[in-house]
Ligand binder design. Sequence first.
Ligand code: ATP
Ligand code: MG
Length: 512
Amino acid sequence: MAAEESTTSSSPPPLLRMEGVSKRFGPTVALDHVAFEVRRGEVHALIGENGAGKSTLMKILCGELRADSGAMFLEGRPFRPTGPLDARRAGLSIVHQELSLAPHLSVLKNIVLGLEDTRAGFLHRSTNRARARAALARLDHGGLPLDSLVGGLSVGLRQVVEIARALVFESRVLVLDEPTSSLSQGDAERLFDVVRRLSAQGVGIVYISHFLEEVRQVASRFTVLRDGRSVGGGAVGDTAEMIHLMVGRSIEDFFPRVDKEIGAVAMTVSALAGPEKPIEASFPIRRGEILGIAGLVGAGRTESLRAIFGLDRAASGTIAIAAVRGGQPFAASSARPDRSRRRGLAMLSEDRKGEGLAVAMSVADNMTLSAPERVSRFGFLRLGERSRRVREIAGGLHIRSATPGLPVQNLSGGNQQKVALSRLLFQDADILLLDEPTRGIDIQSKTEIYLEIGRLAQQGKAIVMVSSYLPELFGICDTLAVMHRGRLSRPRPLGEWTAESVMRYATEGSGE
Ligand SMILES: Nc1ncnc2c1ncn2[C@@H]1O[C@H](COP(=O)(O)OP(=O)(O)OP(=O)(O)O)[C@@H](O)[C@H]1O
Ligand SMILES: [Mg+2]
């Protein structure tokens, strides 16, 4: 189709139109004749369950994947990018769901990657620096050293750099694929400000998020993808309507409660401190208990879990595990991941890609990686048993098109998260440390995960769950502690907290 898009003289063509876009990956139909439209200056939410095809559609738009069929139009003109750089030059920027930065390169190199003018001498190098700094400054991170390596930054800061990379160009269309998943509240607010400013300048913004509260805050229209088809959309309004379109039915019970008993203390952490954070974290956790840890991003929650598990070395403090050495406390600084696993601990790390998953390996290998003994007997892998368990767990969490042999990198972002979580379920540990277990996960599967966590507690496991999503902490936890600048409050029964008192403690460190 080479001709310009036919339009009536009264209505100008939309900024972006995609029609009849289809894409298969082998047997998987990722997109099936999808139509999608973005107007000038609008924030358009693209929503749908994990594996619905959102990221695939946007990768086609940004020249990273080629559609099997279909057409795209930018301001009415046919648009067929030959690759990502071509799309970038045409004014399309994307912030990827899975951070796509090169960890061994500097902040500067990552931001201007692919844009360096090869004829450029010193002058351009300093312009590049200025442009990178300006992009970071728009996100209020102008002070971030341009020469530091991206690999050494926290997940949140890496996300800031990823966004700055998209802002460094004048874009006509900006795609944000789950941009806030690791951002602090302040960084997210600043991103929303930038989004509003760009949209006021006429830039069309595609916003992908599983947080409907966020969608309601920033977007004016929405489109729903389900199983690779566009099933509806319209003006952003009622959350229930959006959910209904996404899931195909209403969800009554977001936070299923499981009947369970809280038993004896399984682990006691005392006066835990890291090199920087935490400054002080003490809590007991009982069998069958779900302890939620709330707080702002950067407060030291992740660092606490990492120190307990031994991913980072604690500076001081003790840990006592009831089932180990008769519950005698040992120095937290002696914790190492392999020892912790033997002691009955399992951890879901925040950085799934860096520490959680071997993305080139199959779903089955990833699930059973750290617990091969569960599916082997006398040293032989029981393949039938393994497949059965993998299918059972994958089915329970609705991991779409996850045949056990599929490489994890071929799964959608949310489904990769589910594999990371499934791996823990496979380990059959007594004490689970979960860092943001539902991040990037769609509403329906979130509910499955809550149910699974409840069932684990019902079996007597002790669960510590860090989350930035307050409703889920209130929805499924028994006790809650809040972290403020490295200090953890005393855990209290859920009924003694309110959303306000949690927020007050998280921001001011008082209000208990
Ligand atoms: N490179 C690939 N090879 C094989 N299958 C793929 C590949 N990329 C995506 N898929 C499949 O295409 C489907 C759509 O995936 P996509 O990543 O677009 O989903 P999504 O809507 O972005 O989901 P999420 O909310 O989890 O990010 C999924 O079934 C996924 O497994
Ligand atoms: Mg995606």
